[in-house]
Design a protein around this ligand. Structure first.
Ligand code: GTP
Ligand code: MG
Length: 260
């Protein structure tokens, strides 16, 4: 386990929120591990620290199950961006964002950025079945080399109902539905549409399964939270915190052991 004092301090926090089964954990796996793997329903929450240039970004994956609902606002505290995730084949998962999850973001930063992400696009949209990310493609080719029977190119791993039947599933949520919800989120936050980022910059359709649009989502958000990072760093410079470890000097090891 890494020594706590050596862990990098996150500059900013990004939180994944949304109903159970929409694919939050799978999106995080796809982005951080470049693959789609089996998941189990998340308990509580977990975070991943991403180095983005000189900055450290913590990405929090939260549980969508109702029993963990109370934790949501705690995870959103101080968030610079929230990824509100739904499943494009499940209308209720979009409705839940407004009914159950939006109020949890009241604890986020006042200038928090809200992205709406419709995952599982591979089930409805042939273009999302194609793997466009060259990194993802090369990782998956590596995996294929260990499984000689797999076809070449960029297949979608384990078979889904859509890929089995060859017929795309019915898309229950359109980009227009997502854009309309984005407008309502701005109103809920008391923000003017004219002075906010437009819906097309913050509404994404993704596939954690094929990697479609996943890098584009995270990287667009990281670019957008840069002002938050710079502001926080400036604030820290203006009111620097005292490093107690340094002040303790030679006695620091004993003090840490006693404390923990
Ligand atoms: N076809 C397809 N299936 C997906 C995709 N993303 C996730 N899944 C599947 O959807 C199911 C749920 O995925 P998770 O990532 O565990 O969902 P979650 O939102 O983290 O769920 P909770 O942790 O319970 O809140 C799993 O069976 C995944 O394999 C996707 O992009 N396409
Ligand atoms: Mg999960």
């Amino acid at each position: 386990m890494p020594e706590v004092s050596k862990m990098k301090k996150p500059d900013v926090k990004v939180v994944l929120l949304g109903d159970m089964n929409v694919g939050k954990t799978s999106l995080l796996h796809r982005y951080t591990e470049r693959r789609f793997k089996d998941t189990i329903s998340t308990v509580g929450g977990a975070f991943f620290l991403k180095q983005w240039g000189p900055y450290n970004i913590s990405i929090w994956d939260t549980a969508g199950r109702e029993q963990f609902h109370g934790l949501g606002s705690m995870y959103c505290r101080g968030a610079a961006a929230v990824i509100l995730t739904y499943d494009v084949t499940n209308w209720q998962s979009l409705a839940e964002l407004e009914e159950r999850f939006l109020s949890l973001t009241d604890t986020a930063n006042h200038d928090c950025i809200y992205a709406l992400v419709g995952n599982k696009a591979d089930l409805t949209d042939p273009t999302a079945q194609l793997c466009l990310d060259s990194d993802v493609a090369s990782e998956e080719r590596k995996e294929e080399r260990t499984e000689p029977q797999a076809p070449s190119g960029c297949p979608t791993p384990p078979a889904s109902p859509a890929s089995l039947s060859g017929t795309p599933l019915h898309k229950q949520v359109t980009p227009e539905d997502a854009a309309a919800l984005y407008g309502r989120i701005l109103r809920y936050k008391g923000l003017e549409e004219k002075s906010s980022l437009p819906a097309h910059k913050l509404c994404f359709e993704t596939s954690a399964k094929t990697g479609y649009n996943v890098d584009a989502l995270f990287e667009a958000l990281f670019d957008l939270v840069l002002p938050s990072i710079l502001r926080k760093r400036n604030e820290n410079q203006e009111s620097p915190t005292v490093d107690l470890e340094e002040c303790r000097g030679g006695g620091s090891k004993r003090a840490r052991a006693a404390c923990c």
